[in-house]
Design a protein around this ligand. Structure first.
Ligand code: 4AD
Ligand code: MG
Length: 472
């Protein structure tokens, strides 16, 4: 049985068998109490091993981190802190863990330390909770779209197209790049220059203009050298794309989707969230009052699902920011002086956390700071873009209505130096049976960060890839 199943069992006196890893062992000469966990739940089962029934040498070898198999009777606990416990009749050590060497001793370890031990951190309460939640969210994503008739599209990971036109790509090649000669990409593996995808959007658009409603959920790669707590070089993105949908439809879908995922997790992972809620409260005890969150993690999640997001245009956002300061003493590091400025994360967080205290959707950005595929507004200056900004996270979703008019799309590509030859196939959807359509991209790790309350994106993906770091 799993620990989760055992803890849910009401009938005592059953003989059961369980395998797991020892979290702690304490006790006296006469009896040992072992907290055993197998990853099925945040809670551990207490195993009681009475010294009379066990060889002393065997009990000594049961140390934190060792893997054991226990057979015994489930009984009502005499102690406090648990309802039932296992009175062990036999214990087998499946894998020992030398107490002097095992890195995860039963004490508080820093998140930085655990990042270096990413191969073992699944055994900690914090990371087991995070990765069970990440799993639940993965499931929620597929369920949300499946229930609404979307088709899941597996878009390529290796591609020749630069979907965002930002050029921050990892090249894929099997050529010998060290010989210093001019590179002839026609001799490369795919007969042309290729790289890891930055987004599945362009291919998702092709799917939508035939299947109607599609979504991707896959890894994406960005070679931007931003070593921040919100950027990964390899991250997972969910990109729905819907034919006949306007920007307004797109915004409604995105808001419903985010609320659905949070609600799903509150319902499916109450114990993990309760644990992370307490964890965050404890973490924030040690920091300055003004830096602490105004709401607890659980209150924050409930607040999001029970309130409408605020919607404003880029121009409205700029007007607010021109006349604001993040606090009485300080100005923004980047001063916004007018139309065309890109919003920095300090501005996004000001709008969300100070001004509106709610998620904020900003629409209609200047064309110059957005990608070539976004639909031009009649003012010829702004595009039908939308970014959704979340408290503590900043941008969680970026999306837009797409330019469906071939002539307008081609002239934007020329202005922005995006090769028409490279994505001739994308242009053909505008030539044959074009229609309005919209979509967005949700950074999956940013959603997991928000829901778990973790402050560094490296702690919500099993094995993070960031500049100068690709261990495990
Ligand atoms: O805003 P982005 O760059 O948009 C796109 O890629 C579009 N093709 C999406 C679409 O319309 N289909 O990225 C989308 C989201 C961001 O809002 C952010 O949440 C996340 O992806 N993101 C990252 N997450 C982690 N690490 C990075 N380096 C990220 N870059 C973007
Ligand atoms: Mg963006």
């Amino acid at each position: 049985m799993t620990v989760k199943e055992i803890l849910a069992t009401k009938d005592t006196n059953n003989i059961i068998s369980v395998k797991g890893w020892v979290k702690t062992k304490r006790g006296s000469k006469n009896v040992s109490f072992i907290a055993l966990n197998d990853g099925s739940t945040i809670n551990s089962i207490q195993v009681v091993a009475e010294s009379d029934s066990f060889n002393e040498e065997l009990l000594k070898k049961i140390t934190t981190g060792s893997c054991i198999c226990v057979n015994g009777k489930l009984v009502k606990s005499k102690g406090q802190g648990q309802v039932n416990e296992i009175l062990a009749s036999s214990v087998e050590i499946l894998g020992k863990a030398d107490a002097k060497e095992y890195p995860l001793q039963p004490k508080k370890h820093s998140l930085e330390f655990l990042r270096e031990k990413a191969h073992l951190r699944f055994r900690t309460n914090t990371f087991s909770a995070i990765f069970r939640i990440r799993h639940a969210l993965t499931f929620a994503v597929h369920k949300f779209f499946n229930d609404r008739g979307f088709v899941n599209l597996h878009t390529p990971i290796i591609t020749g197209a630069d979907a965002e036109g930002a050029g921050e790509m990892f090249q894929v090649t099997n050529l010998d790049l060290e010989n210093g000669k001019e590179i002839d990409f026609s001799k490369d593996f795919f007969g042309k220059k290729t790289h890891l995808t930055v987004s599945g959007q362009l291919e998702a658009e092709l799917g939508a203009m035939g299947l109607g409603k599609v979504y991707t959920f896959g890894p994406t790669f960005r070679a931007e050298n931003s070593n921040t707590s919100r950027h990964l070089s390899e991250f997972w993105m969910i990109e729905p794309e819907v034919a006949f949908a306007s920007l307004d439809d797109n915004i409604l879908l995105a808001e419903e989707f985010l609320k659905y995922c949070i609600d799903y997790c509150i319902k499916k992972n109450p114990e993990d969230l309760k644990f992370l809620n307490t964890r965050l409260e404890e973490e924030e005890k040690d920091i300055k009052k003004e830096l602490r969150s105004e709401m607890s993690l659980l209150d924050r999640l409930n607040f999001i699902i029970n309130n409408d997001f605020v919607r404003l245009t880029y121009r409205e956002a700029i007007e607010i920011l021109k006349n604001s300061k993040p606090n009485k003493k300080k100005k923004f590091n980047y001063i916004i002086n007018g139309f065309g400025a890109d919003l920095q994360s300090e501005h996004e967080r000001f709008l969300v956390e100070k001004k509106f205290k709610k998620p904020v959707i900003i629409t209609d950005y200047p064309k110059n700071i957005k990608a070539f595929y976004m639909r031009m507004n009649d003012d010829n200056e702004t595009v039908r873009a939308m970014d959704i900004l979340f408290p503590t996270i900043g941008e969680i979703i970026g999306g837009s209505q797409r330019e469906e008019r071939l002539d307008k799309l081609e002239s934007r590509m020329e202005e922005m130096n995006v090769s028409k030859e490279e994505i001739w196939w994308y242009l053909e959807t505008r030539k044959y049976g074009s229609c309005i359509h919209s979509g967005f991209g949700l950074g999956f790790e940013r959603l997991v960060m928000f829901i778990t309350g973790m402050k560094n994106i490296r702690d919500v993906i099993p094995f993070p890839r960031t500049p100068q770091s690709a261990d495990f």
